[in-house]
Ligand binder design. Structure first.
Ligand code: ZN
Length: 298
């Protein structure tokens, strides 16, 4: 049996990320997800958007009381790092705005949670060198933003370089790459079809597990001894999301169909089966802070 570490990361944000101001998933999806964690006796890291933590503080307390790590996921689900692809209506922060935003986000989470977060994830895995440097200054232990599907090179947790976050270097911060199946060919202009997300929901746990096996074989062939699979999910995937146009304020948004496909009961069943499949393969479930503490400087 393989031995590998698994980070189950949840990005705790408004429904469909930046697409709506509602928090039905955070309110109603979170308790269901926590039940599945409890059933499998595993812990994970829950990265809260500052605005969402303020809006639904009970969710932060619920997650903390269940024994999981509370992390941060930006102030408003804005683009804090480098965009990989453009998003309608969402513009990247200016460089001088990055640190103050992350600082405010950190303070809000600390106020609501009672503990200062040490783990971070950028919305949409749009990380950057400025984000890593700001997190280092703010005393963070880890950032789980590196998308393997996009940058391809880093296959295990590493200390990033202060001049280029995608390269190993001297920061104390640990960067935890999010796995993608690099063993398959891509036909997407950004390589997104190799990413893990949202296959468990748009396809199935069984389908995602074939990519897990393919990834484990890929890193073994690359001669990497430490195998770490970082996953990302969202509470709104475990509550039915409306398909088609969503109207609020002064207009309506129409998220791409795959973004909201199968949210609710099906996603919950598949998540449960995914945890069973991972445990059968020898997974050791860890929080982001634990993975960071196990990552020595090269
Ligand atoms: Zn997010």
């Amino acid at each position: 049996m393989n031995s590998f570490e698994v980070l189950l990361g949840f990005d705790m944000e408004s429904d469909i990320g930046s697409w709506t101001p509602f928090h039905e998933g955070l309110r109603h999806g979170t308790p269901k997800v926590l039940d599945v964690f409890q059933k499998h006796s595993v812990t994970g890291t829950f990265y809260f958007v500052g605005l969402s933590a303020k809006e639904v503080p009970g969710s932060v307390h619920q997650v903390k009381e269940a024994g999981h790590e509370i992390g941060a996921h930006s102030l408003y689900h804005e683009t804090v790092g480098d965009s990989i692809f453009p998003i309608p209506g969402v513009h990247p922060l200016l460089p001088h705005e990055v640190k103050p935003r992350l600082e405010l986000n950190t303070r809000i989470i600390e106020e609501v949670c009672g503990v200062r977060p040490v783990s971070f994830r950028c919305p949409r895995l749009f990380g950057s060198t400025s984000v890593c440097n700001a997190l280092e200054d703010l005393g963070y232990a880890s950032d789980a933003s590196y998308p393997m599907y996009r940058y391809l090179d880093r296959l295990e947790p590493y200390h990033p370089d202060a001049r280029d976050w995608t390269k190993p270097g001297d920061l104390q911060l640990v960067q935890i790459p999010n796995f993608a199946d690099l063993g398959i060919e891509s036909s997407d202009e950004y390589g997104r079809d190799r990413d893990q997300w949202p296959k468990f929901r748009t396809e199935s746990a069984e389908s995602l597990l074939t990519h897990v096996d393919s990834f484990l074989a890929y890193v073994a062939a690359a001669g990497i001894k430490r195998k770490v699979l970082s996953f990302y999910f969202h509470p709104w995937e475990f509550h039915p999301m409306r398909e088609g146009l969503i109207h609020f304020g002064e207009g309506a948004v129409y998220p791409d169909p795959f973004v909201v496909k199968n949210c609710g009961e099906y996603a919950l069943e598949q998540f449960d089966q995914l945890l069973t499949g991972l445990a059968e393969r020898g997974a050791q479930f860890k929080t982001a802070a634990e993975i960071a503490s196990l990552t020595p400087k090269a």
